[in-house]
Design a protein around this ligand. Structure first.
Ligand code: GRF
Length: 198
């Protein structure tokens, strides 16, 4: 099944999805990458001969136009699932309506703790001994959709944001690819806030 990946950053999660999708018995294949900025993730997609669409918000007349543009760019590939992998923008109602229930995000904290763009720094500042990552369905909120899977990562005494985030990303890479494959293979039952991969 085709999936489209949205990214904004260094693209390590994108790379993990590309490698998993190239596997012989993978139920999904990444068919395109869409980013909101020129970033290493876009360069990775170009190097792997994938279609890449770079849609900076600033080049659109309004946020709504950007959201409509993002929706059109992704819809053209008719993806079964959209994965936001280090994508740092909040998607609007046009996008959420088009792909409702089929957008999967990975977040580097154990939601509902530490939502938002500085999760790793916030967890460290709070003094947690265990953090981790969360794979969830995207809804209109910020990191608030139904949770599909989580994995713990222990905080080491000498950790700073970089070292902890790198260790979390190592776990995220495996968890995200595994959950995307499982969702494609069997689907998800959503009951209110509870999401269960069949
Ligand atoms: C990941 O930890 C993701 O959860 C967070 O940003 C990081 C993206 O890393 N939103 P990369 O850009 O895929 O390397």
């Amino acid at each position: 099944a085709p999936i489209v990946v949205l990214a904004s950053g260094t693209g390590t999660l994108l790379s993990a999805l590309l490698d998993a999708g190239d596997g012989p018995d993978s139920p999904f294949r990444v068919v395109a990458v869409v980013t909101d900025r020129d970033c290493p993730a876009a360069a990775i997609a170009v190097r792997r001969d994938l279609p890449v669409h770079v849609l900076p918000i600033g080049t659109h007349a309004s946020r709504v136009e950007w959201d409509v543009g993002m929706t059109a760019a992704v819809a053209g590939y008719r993806p079964r699932v959209v994965v936001t992998a280090g994508f740092m923008k909040i998607l609007g109602s046009a996008f959420l309506d088009e792909f409702a229930g089929r957008i999967i995000n990975s977040h580097p904290a154990l939601l509902p703790a530490f939502p938002g763009a500085h999760a790793v720094a916030d967890a460290l500042a709070h003094g947690v001994k265990v953090s981790g990552c969360t794979v969830h369905l995207v809804d209109a909120g910020v990191d608030t959709g139904p949770i599909l899977a989580q994995a713990p990562v222990f905080v080491e005494p000498e950790d700073d944001e970089i070292t902890l985030h790198e260790r979390i990303k190592a776990v995220e890479r495996g968890l995200l690819a595994t959950v995307v494959a499982a969702v494609i293979r069997t689907g998800v039952d959503i009951d209110g806030r509870k999401a269960h991969i069949r």
